[in-house]
Design a protein around this ligand. Sequence first.
Ligand code: IMP
Ligand code: MG
Length: 186
Amino acid sequence: MPAPSPHVLNDPIEELISASAIAKRIAELGAQLTADYTELAKTADVVAIGVLKGSVLFLADLVREVHFPILLEFIGISSYGDATKSSGVVQITQDLSRPIADKHVIVIEDIVDTGHTVHYLMENLRTRQPASLKLCSLLHKPERSEREVTIDYLGFTIPNKYVVGYGLDMAQKYRNLPYIGHVTGA
Ligand code: IMP
Ligand code: MG
């Protein structure tokens, strides 16, 4: 489906990654996860942890492309800062519902921007002693990196532009766009 006309949106949005390109890449990531985790899943639970709210659409599509048993958990994170730039001060606003000790954990993020959020989150989860801990992010903006972060599974590298859609928001709007776009002027 083509991007909606800018006239139906409050802000002009230019499509960067189409819904079909997202679906194709997620199928590839799912195949990669299936190859890496099918044997591990026989020895311990594999848990996908979705970082609220931005990763929800990505997680929902990704887990349908993996072919081993996978548990779902969610964690809420807030990073203080202005609307478009995180400050590095991060807090858990909603915690996991179950322990992750001795489980294989895959953190599912929407985007790694400065890296502060994911750096904090991975350090926090590591203290809970999972059997393994990996990061899967749909997007990465390497030009903005301030913390070294290893992304084990990555959807797309994007330029230094503020993006919305497919879970990502601007002031809580546009999460339901089926594609990823750039808010021109943001
Ligand atoms: P970081 O701590 O700077 O890496 O920021 C990570 C968080 O900021 C992400 O999980 C997003 O919630 C948000 N974020 C960063 N860049 C964008 C963007 O371009 N669009 C929407 N949200 C973003
Ligand atoms: Mg986020």
